[in-house]
Design a protein around this ligand. Structure first.
Ligand code: F3S
Length: 858
């Protein structure tokens, strides 16, 4: 086909009799280690992987060399500030800074700060995009500088889509060509991404997972990515989805099952005869929600659906044929009858799945839509109304304040959007409308959706209900929901209503979707439209009428729900193979991006007056730690379970009364337009002041429960966390943070760890850690120590003056070794001994800790 011959590894012959039982994810890891240049390391890793299949156990560390790295603007920004600062350090030490370049390609999207400031009109898309440039052009100029100064750095401009959709549609190759020692090789396309939803591309047979920004930074500059051979959970699918049940329902059910099973960092692989019944679009949400079920991957092996998707998205015939030929020859083609060896197997009969939603605050809390009302918070009904023309309309206490078709999870596949639009079409035909208190929006994963919905004549149906396209970016999913309808916002402030958000996203932690909304429900786009029409949460959406038609007859969800045939017929009209390329061409040529000027120099010219970009203090050549460590630490914070990265380092709006806002306003920023924290991640001064300021966070040290404050041991004062931390640093007193289960759940944001380092924390003691945040802590040289089971910090009455003495010698440390900690109580001078587990996976991570983290290692 290509006129070339390629070398490739035939995994069947290499794995021998272990091959048939080897999970696909391990086959790809095997292929990857076969290219390891250190032959002793390679042979050991090959043997360990084969042995895992034979015995079902083995935790040896193996190297992993991804073919590429994926980032987004808010994780790339801090990485770029580090890179720019590292170049400064090189230059200051007489080394040519232009030598510091990534050794693998880096693709970055600019999707995470896309706002929904404007909605409900046909110009909302353009106005939001303009606003995006008005607010963030300094950051985008910085990224543009990187495309010129840093080799292999590609940026997808604002408006080109959400990173995972871009990855699926434009970047992923499934099979890569690589020249190794003058020979052309075919190798699997593999990646790491600085976003926890990176595994969405696992639906396309591409192995990759989310890592912290620091780990990606290391991989960019040749610091090896080492992993322990992962346990693999098999999700065996049988049957096929029933009429009316969506792939969102599958994703929510998997999330529920695997979270209940305590999934924690394992690789998940889907297999069984049911896999063949799922299109790529159906696989996407289940792969995407990998972090929500606690796994590292949600892998679907390569099969005919993979090839179909590559064709649908405009990949060349030559490439599609090559992918199929390679996957079959190398041993990566899916066999629905195969029964690989897994650590544990979960069975899901697709035909038994039901319509589902999840909420109000955790994605694993799956509900039938009929029971949504049972989890709503009740408030006394007050007389709150909103003027529509000359009529006053009462806003219900359980109002739907936000109805957002949002997120890569459920907007990457056009079928989801078409189902929502068909429901809208039927509703409009029956005279139904969306109440004026609902903020409606649609933000597809890529602009190809616009072409497809328009071609099928369905965009106008969504628009008739107020669902106008507001952007091609993360928008509501990341909390950039923009302001609510003013009357709704005012009523919430008065405490008169307690509205909800409905969205097709993947996360709903309190305050994530919108600072004023605590209850958010995840669901398919079609259900989002249905709830928008209902306008309230306290109904049984499967039984109660959503409204009445022109003749006064009740209209129920079942009257509006599109059939599978209707969806297929509309898809047939909508899809064309050149949509992705055509939409991308237009979006890439964005004038606002083209007109941005950017410096053309190896060193970035920092501006001391900038409120977005400041040279970070943690980028420096620091000496490695002494071998003997003996530190006596005060507890800076004592926290409970489920502290998320949102709690640690916020992403959303900067409150006007916050210390971060004060810093910005003192430097001339408009107090009414401070942008979001995630846009300020190039500015450590702002990020420092935002740490641990989430209003839902309980700090058990702080009896007054003042938001964002803690007790400073030396004086007993209650101070903002960052001020208490700086006082400890002035007094040269190291600190630790103590927490409960699942510490660091959420995203890959490295600022949650960088901030912890800026606060001076030597260690975080928790009952359990989420994988990515744990690696980020190690990446900043902070010890993650696991507390004994059942030892709850929140119940221990820890005093700020207590001391936790941590002693170890680096030469004695090994993955998961015990680190003894002495807890000296201030009140009665009692001393307790705690045996904590060092939560590192590999010897390589211990080296990183000794070096003081990844940046100093680079
Ligand atoms: Fe963005 Fe939400 Fe996807 S934040 S990358 S749309 S999960």
């Amino acid at each position: 086909i290509t006129g070339k011959s390629y070398k490739y590894y035939d995994l069947k012959s290499i794995a021998g009799d272990a091959f048939e039982k080897m999970p696909h994810v391990h086959r790809i890891l095997l292929e990857n280690v076969l290219h390891e240049p250190d032959t002793a390391l390679r042979d050991k890793a090959v043997a360990a992987l084969i042995n895992w299949t034979k015995t079902g156990s083995g935790k040896e560390a193996i190297p992993f060399a991804p073919t590429r790295i994926l980032m987004h603007d808010t994780t790339c920004g801090p990485a770029l500030t580090d890179i720019a600062a590292m170049r400064d350090v090189l230059s200051e030490n007489g080394v040519d800074p232009a030598l510091l370049n990534p050794c693998v390609p880096v693709a970055t999207s600019t999707d995470h700060s896309a706002p929904v400031d404007y909605f409900g009109t046909s110009d909302a898309l353009d106005r939001n995009l303009k606003r995006e440039f008005d607010r963030n052009s300094e950051r985008y100029q910085f990224m543009k500088w990187a495309t010129k100064a840093v080799d292999g750095f590609r940026v997808f401009p604002p408006g080109t889509g959400i990173m995972h959709t871009i990855n699926m549609e434009r970047v992923a190759t499934v099979v890569s060509k690589k020249t190794i020692e003058n020979q052309d090789w075919l190798i699997p396309d593999t990646l790491i991404g600085t976003d926890s939803h990176t595994p969405m591309v696992n639906s396309l047979g591409v192995l990759g997972w989310g890592v912290g920004g620091l780990e990606a930074e290391g991989a960019m500059f040749g610091v090896s990515v080492n992993i322990r051979i992962p346990d693999v959970l098999g999700v065996r699918l049988t049957g096929s989805l029933r009429e009316g049940v969506t792939a969102t329902d599958l994703a929510l059910r998997v999330t529920e099952i695997l979270r209940q099973a305590g999934c924690s960092g394992e690789f998940v692989e889907y297999y069984g005869p049911g896999v063949a019944s799922l299109t790529l679009g159906d696989r996407g949400p289940a792969a995407n929600m990998t972090p929500e079920y606690g796994a590292s991957t949600g892998y679907f092996p390569i099969d005919a659906h993979t090839i179909n998707y590559l064709r649908e998205t405009g990949r060349t015939n030559e490439h599609c044929v090559l992918v199929e030929a390679y996957a079959k020859a190398a041993g990566l083609w899916f066999d629905p009858a195969s029964e690989p060896r897994y650590t544990k197997v979960f069975e899901i009969d697709l035909s038994k799945l039901e319509l589902s939603i999840a909420g109000p605050t955790r994605p694993q809390d799956r509900l039938s839509p009929s029971s949504l009302a049972s989890v709503l918070q009740k408030v006394d009904v007050a007389d709150v109304s909103l003027k529509v023309g000359s009529t006053a309309v009462g806003i219900p206490q359980d109002a739907v304040a936000i109805a957002a078709i949002t997120s890569c999870t459920n907007t990457t596949d056009t079928g989801f959007l078409i189902a929502a639009a068909l429901l809208a079409r039927k509703a409009v035909a029956k005279g139904l409308r969306v109440p004026s208190w609902v903020k409606t929006s649609i933000a597809p994963g890529s602009p190809a959706a616009f072409l497809r919905l328009t071609r099928a004549g369905l965009l106008t149906d969504l628009e008739a209900l107020g669902f106008f396209i507001v952007g091609y970016g993360c928008t509501t999913c990341i909390g950039n929901s923009g302001p609510l309808v003013p009357e709704v916002s005012a009523a919430i402030i008065k405490g008169a209503i307690h509205p909800i958000a409905v969205l097709s996203g993947n996360r709903n932690f309190p305050g994530r979707v919108h600072a004023q909304i605590d209850s958010s429900f995840l669901m398919s786009p079609a259900l989002v439209v249905a709830y928008a029409i209902a306008g309230r949460g306290n109904i049984d959406i499967q039984k109660d009428p959503l409204g009445v038609d022109g003749q006064g007859r009740d209209v129920h969800l079942s009257d509006l729900w599109p059939t599978d045939k209707e969806i297929q017929d509309a898809l047939f009209l909508a899809m064309a193979e050149d949509d992705v390329a055509e939409a991308a061409k237009k979006a890439d040529a964005n004038e606002l991006w083209a007109n941005l000027t950017a410096p053309n120099a190896a060193l970035f010219p920092w501006d001391n007056a900038s409120t977005y970009l400041r040279r970070p203090p943690f980028v420096a050549i620091s000496p490695a730690e002494e071998n003997d460590v003996d530190v006596s630490c005060n507890p800076l914070l004592v926290l409970g379970d489920d502290v998320t990265t949102d709690h640690i380092s916020p992403a959303g709006s900067i409150p006007t009364d916050s210390d971060a806002a004060k810093w910005l306003v003192e430097r001339g920023e408009n107090p009414n337009d401070l942008n979001v924290y995630s846009s300020r991640r190039g500015n450590w001064e702002v990020m420092l002041r935002g740490l641990f300021t989430n209003k839902n966070l309980i700090n058990y040290l702080n009896a007054k429960k003042s938001v964002g404050k803690t007790v400073f041991a030396s004086t007993g004062e209650t101070l903002p966390v960052w001020i208490a931390a700086s006082r400890y640093q002035e007094e040269k007193l190291p600190v630790i943070i103590i927490a409960g289960e699942r510490y660091g759940t959420g995203s890959s944001r490295d600022w949650a760890a960088k901030g912890t380092e800026l606060l001076g924390a030597r260690a975080v003691l928790a009952n359990s850690f989420e994988r990515i945040h744990r690696t980020n802590l190690v990446g900043m040289g902070i010890l993650p120590l696991r507390l004994p089971d059942g030892w709850k910090a929140s119940e221990q009455k820890i005093d700020a003056r207590d001391k936790f003495v941590i002693r170890y010698n680096f030469n004695d440390l090994s993955p998961r070794c015990i680190v003894p900690v002495e807890w000296q109580r201030a009140q009665n001078e009692a001393v307790s001994h705690l045996d904590l587990t060092l939560m590192v996976d590999t010897a390589h991570e211990i080296t990183l800790l000794k070096n003081g983290g990844i940046i100093s290692t680079i």
